[in-house]
Design a protein around this ligand. Structure first.
Ligand code: SF4
Length: 695
């Protein structure tokens, strides 16, 4: 039996993996502070992904995209990829080759991928899919507190809360064991749809505020206005621990509840009720999720919720606070160790000369040779194969043909490349477009560390050997680096050797892992970063001071603005997207688990019955959901509790079922996160190629 952690979300529930009588590994829950002996259905079934029927065990290569793949040996695949990389860089420059990573990769892989890009390839063109998930709250957290750690307190602290605001988060469906920590709290759920979490809030006497998609910034301003009008602000805290309240208030002052109701659709009396509930609680938290972040104004929206928390004196106090519920398994660690376009390990900025000098010394290179910041994730993907853009892409742990916004355009960009190399365990929708596919090990077949939503570094242990023919991502990076002329010692394949280097590279940085040793991890120490060498971990941040030089948190003067694309006569509805309990991200893993696939086999669109009727649709019909960018064919589910102006689609499905065929790649100016949560759409009955509707 091996005790390890779930392959999916950032709660990183602990589990035991054990072989059953049939010889296959099966998961059962282990006791751990984040999951306290619970798992969701994804975790329970996670071991089945290891034996997926279409698991790749041989590298695939095609020299002609019109031809099928050929199975080749590893030397042939890696030599071909390295030769093409060399040729493209010789012809078009270093930045002709790009790298794309994932918030699902271990800290060691994230680190090694960043080093591989900057040292072996010398390219600035690296980013990762975490840019689509957490970057707005990260930017807002850095702006407000001087530091970004999703939850700056242990998740177990939530158990003592009286009131918790969940803005744009649906943990009842996306990370159910988290709800166990909230069982003593009244919940205020902010979500355009009546999600499972919203239903749970109402069941417990809490509130569900359902703003029009794209107006949650206005709602946060309205709540701040109501809280001040009710005399609930913590003036002493604002004076002693913050700066910038007056400038922030100048914006909120115009958002009295009736005006906020007019813009958001949330009744004014509910806004006042929510403000009173939150402002009079002894212990309260404001937690945000992707619903707040995935907007062209996501950073400002996250800032507006932080402003509310600061005005009530919540952050930096035991028993209260603000936090962001990170989504991907290593969404936190993935943004700390260098696979982001603007970062170096230890959460260092790549444009900081001192940071460059420190990391260059660890890597044994000249700081001047480190490339500068490159394009952000969507901008990188959108430039693929275009004039001046990358001609080749090396992709690890991601499936942008399904998960990137405006997915049809993304598939065109991937197809325009001269070289696409994908490391994956199956032929994902993106791998199917590649020239070279490298079969790699899965979560339970290799060891490494992950950093969960509370900034706690965890040991993910190897429970089984990978199938014959399969290599780890670290072995792939080693193989490519050596063929690109690097010293083999520079790219070790042992995760602990990489961790040792990561520790040195992160030492002294904001996310200091220098004290994270294999022994401390094995001993089960709760290693919340920063963990300096020989020092203690930091479960709770900001208790004495925030991380800005003056020790104070900063209010941000933010203002509501409309979504990048609003409704009009042609596209009269708004579509928003999200996750299901039984699926994860692009579904590349969970769609291969029979029980999960059978439970939710196809995409659906949630529609209010009156809206459906106006579009000529009934429950169970297939609808064509159309935006200016593309069409998603989805089964209609009628929801009488839905907003009349809003439809919802889960985003785990490929091809014509991909919700991201609809989504808008308008970017937040700070975080560069796309506006996944608001697209103007219309619905009509779907007629298949044979003509006629399909019911
Ligand atoms: Fe836990 Fe998340 Fe895995 Fe579910 S998906 S078992 S909530 S880590």
């Amino acid at each position: 039996m091996t005790t390890t952690h779930c392959p999916y979300c950032a709660l990183q529930c602990a589990m035991h993996l054990e072989r059953g009588p049939d010889g296959a590994l099966a998961a059962r829950p282990a006791d751990f502070p984040t999951n306290r002996g619970g798992l969701c259905r994804k975790g329970w079934t996670s071991a089945q992904v290891l034996t997926a029927a279409d698991r790749l065990t041989t590298p695939l290569l095609r020299k002609d995209r019109t031809a099928g793949f050929e199975e080749v040996d590893w030397d042939t695949a890696l030599e071909y990829a390295a030769d093409r990389v060399r040729a493209l860089q010789a012809a078009h420059g270093r930045d002709a080759v790009a790298v794309f990573g994932s918030g699902g990769l271990t800290n060691e892989k994230s680190y090694q991928l960043g080093k591989f890009a900057r040292v072996a390839l010398g390219t600035s063109q690296i980013d990762y899919n975490g840019r689509f998930c957490m970057s707005s709250a990260a930017a807002a957290g850095n702006r407000a507190f001087g530091l970004d750690r999703g939850l700056p307190f242990p998740v177990t602290d939530l158990a003592d809360a009286d009131v918790v605001v969940l803005a744009g988060a649906n943990p009842a469906e996306t990370m159910p064991p988290l709800m166990g920590h909230l069982s003593g709290a009244r919940l205020v759920v902010v979500d355009p749809r009546r999600s499972g979490t919203a239903r749970e809030a109402l069941r417990r006497g809490g509130l569900h505020l359902a703003p029009r998609p794209g107006t949650d910034l206005a709602l946060a301003l309205g709540l701040l206005h109501a809280a001040r009008a009710e005399g609930l602000l913590d003036d002493a805290y604002i004076t002693e621990r913050t700066t910038g309240f007056d400038a922030a208030w100048r914006h909120a002052a115009a958002w009295w509840p009736e005006r906020t109701e007019h813009v958001t659709g949330v009744p004014a009396h509910r806004i006042r009720e929510a403000a009173r509930l939150l402002g009079t609680a002894r212990r309260a938290y404001v937690l945000t999720g992707r619903g707040v972040e995935q907007h062209a104004k996501g950073t400002d929206t996250a800032s507006a919720w932080i402003n509310l928390a600061l005005a009530l004196g919540l952050p930096g106090r035991v028993g209260s606070g603000y936090g962001c519920l990170t989504g991907q398994g290593n969404g936190q660690g993935g943004r700390e160790h260098g696979q982001k376009a603007d970062q170096l390990p230890g959460y260092r900025r790549i444009d900081d000369p001192a940071a460059r000098a420190h990391v260059a010394a660890v890597w044994g290179v000249d700081p001047d040779d480190l490339p500068g910041p490159g394009r952000s994730a969507f901008e990188l993907l959108d430039a693929l194969g275009s004039a001046g853009g990358p001609r080749a892409l090396l992709l690890f742990g991601s499936n942008p043909a399904v998960s990137a916004p405006d997915a049809t355009r993304m598939r065109d960009r991937l197809a325009a490349l001269d070289l696409l190399v994908v490391a994956d365990f199956v032929l994902s929708e993106t791998a199917a477009l590649a020239d070279v596919v490298l079969p790699v090990a899965q979560w339970a077949e290799e060891s490494g560390t992950m950093t969960n939503l509370e900034g706690r570094v965890l040991r993910r242990r190897r429970a089984a050997a990978p199938p014959p023919g399969v290599r780890t991502d670290l072995e792939v990076l080693h193989g490519l680096a050596v063929r690109l002329g690097q010293d083999p010692e520079r790219f070790p394949t042992d995760p602990d050797a990489v961790l040792a280097e990561l520790r040195a590279a992160s030492a002294g940085g904001a996310a200091d892992y220098s004290g994270v040793t294999p022994q401390r991890l094995e001993d089960g120490e709760a290693l919340h970063w920063p963990v300096p060498e020989g020092g203690q971990p930091t479960p709770r941040l900001f208790l004495d001071r925030f991380a800005h030089p003056d020790g104070r948190a900063r209010f941000a003067p933010v203002e509501h603005r409309p979504p990048a694309e609003d409704t009009d006569a042609d596209y009269p509805l708004l579509a928003t997207t999200g996750r299901l309990m039984g699926h994860y991200q692009s579904g590349a893993q969970t769609r291969r688990v029979g029980e999960l696939a059978d439970a939710e086999p196809e995409v659906y669109v949630e529609v209010h019955p009156d809206t459906a009727a106006r579009c000529g649709l009934a429950g169970g019909d297939r609808a064509a959901v159309e935006s200016r960018r593309g069409t998603t064919v989805a089964r209609v589910r009628l929801r009488p509790d839905a907003r009349l102006d809003t439809v919802f689609l889960p985003f785990h499905y490929p091809g014509e079922q991909a919700a991201n065929n609809l989504t808008n790649p308008a970017l937040d100016p700070t975080s560069r996160m796309p506006e996944f949560k608001v697209s103007a759409v219309r619905l009509r009955p779907y007629a298949d190629r044979r003509g006629g509707g399909d019911r």
